[in-house]
Design a protein. Sequence first.
Length: 116
Amino acid sequence: QVQLVQSGGGLVQPGGSLRLSCAASGSIFSGYVMGWYRQAPGKQRELVAGITSSGITNYGRSVKGRFTISSDNAKNSVYLQMTNLKVEDTAVYYCLLEVIGGNDYWGQGTQVTVSS
């Protein structure tokens, strides 16, 4: 059974930076995609960024150029470096692991609040 454990997040002022981490425990033998989604109150969950096991990345339009996703395959971990944060980035951020040909797994969620 795969479990995802998130860390990071919190309260930051506009223009500030935060780093989120997500570690997957358990065995992942096939290719996969790991990514970050977020959900603000009253809004649908949206893609923030994703990275494949081969290192291909993609970003949501609103975060491109400000956020950077990276991974450490040896640790089954994915990271999200968030810079120049805006009030509208406030949301609960979720880590997702999509195993190709297998199941999807979600992290527990981490609150990110951008406020002055």
